[in-house]
Design a protein. Structure first.
Length: 353
């Protein structure tokens, strides 16, 4: 089992000046390093991250320049969330082309065409740029160590996420679902004990998410006996989410999504299914209907009408579920079935709708 990320949540600036942000980022980084020292006693750490509070619209056009000079180069950094009504396509492209992450929230009925244009413009420059953008399907910000839809909501703190599907497969094979429930409690006790010396608040997101061969699909198939392409697979998503919901209930330090995640280009089994034509983009809408955190890193042929319709469908599911959901899509001028290379992720097959 691996610590997927340690995320430092940054305190809210008063003026959003360079000197003020430098001091806040240095303080947030010190908490991350302190947590890393404690967690390294037991776990390997995959990434270190920083998440800024939601910036006011009047700093959108200068925030990239400010943070570029002061953010540590070995950290992934989210500039928080921008309001769709107040930002421009160019603002978002500027953020992600400079290596930062950003979420998009909204106060009014969203302009779905503008959302589609943002993802397309970013992906057209470089496919990996679109992976650094997430659109909030319920309109609300969320504090989570999972990028890109994240922002610091409660001042300084540390967010923890785990990489543990393979570990949970082993637990299930030995002890069944009851073993998974006990394992979650054991992990929780250990993390809280290790993090006692850290002098800031702790927030943990127990979402079950993959990274390539450490596959969530393998875990779901182990639990249900149903393959990805067969009836019954969704039941495994439901079972795991039910366990997570029961476990996280009434624990105020557990924040974020705390759900099963099925990001297309981060799970080797999903990538294989896409290459074989077993799954299409609409399958990820189906997954989302049983409380996956949202269609994630979906590589699509760019067709504006279909893309807008896809975003509207995801939006509709989020509002029917009344849960936090996000969308991350990579629309490209490539035909379905074409293989494309995405920095940091590798090859992925373009999906049909």
């Amino acid at each position: 089992m691996v610590i997927r990320s340690i995320t430092g949540y940054i305190g809210r600036p008063r003026e959003w000046s360079r000197d003020e942000l430098r001091n806040l980022i240095e303080e947030g980084t010190s908490y991350v390093e302190e947590a890393a020292r404690e967690l390294n006693r037991k776990y390997n750490i995959f990434t270190k991250r920083l998440s800024l509070p939601q910036p006011p619209p009047n700093v959108y056009n200068k925030l990239v320049d400010i943070v570029s000079d002061i953010a540590p180069s070995n950290y992934l950094v989210s500039l928080g969330v921008y309001l769709l009504e107040k930002t421009s396509v160019q603002d978002i492209v500027e953020v992600v082309s400079n290596g930062f992450y950003v979420g998009i929230v909204w106060n009014e009925l969203p302009d779905f065409s503008k959302v589609a244009e943002i993802f397309y413009r970013a992906a057209s420059l470089k496919p990996v740029y679109a992976t650094r953008i997430a659109f909030s399907l319920d309109g609300a910000p969320i504090e989570t160590p999972y990028f890109p839809l994240t922002t610091s909501l409660y001042g300084f703190g540390i967010g923890i996420s785990l990489l543990y599907p393979r570990y949970l497969v082993k637990v299930f094979n030995k002890r069944g679902l009851r073993g998974i429930r006990k394992a979650l409690q054991s992990i929780d006790n250990e993390l809280l004990e290790l993090l006692k010396p850290v002098k800031t608040r702790i927030a943990i997101d127990y979402s079950i998410s993959p990274w390539m061969e450490d596959s969530v699909v393998d875990l779901i198939e182990s639990i249900t006996g149903y393959t990805l392409s067969s009836p019954g697979f969704l039941y495994g998503v439901y079972v795991l989410n039910n366990i997570l919901e029961e476990f996280t209930r009434a624990k105020p330090y557990i924040k974020g999504y705390n759900e099963v995640m099925l990001p297309y280009i981060e799970d080797s089994r999903l990538l294989d299914a896409g290459e074989k034509g077993v799954i299409k983009a609409r399958d990820f809408l189906l997954f989302s209907s049983v409380c996956v955190a949202g269609p994630d890193t979906i590589v699509l042929k760019y067709d504006k009408d279909k893309l807008v319709g896809y975003i509207k469908s995801a939006y509709s599911i989020a509002w029917a579920k009344k849960r936090h959901m996000a969308l991350r899509i990579i629309p490209l001028d490539e035909e379905p079935g074409t293989k494309v290379y995405i920095d940091r992720f590798g090859e992925a097959t373009v999906l049909d709708y």
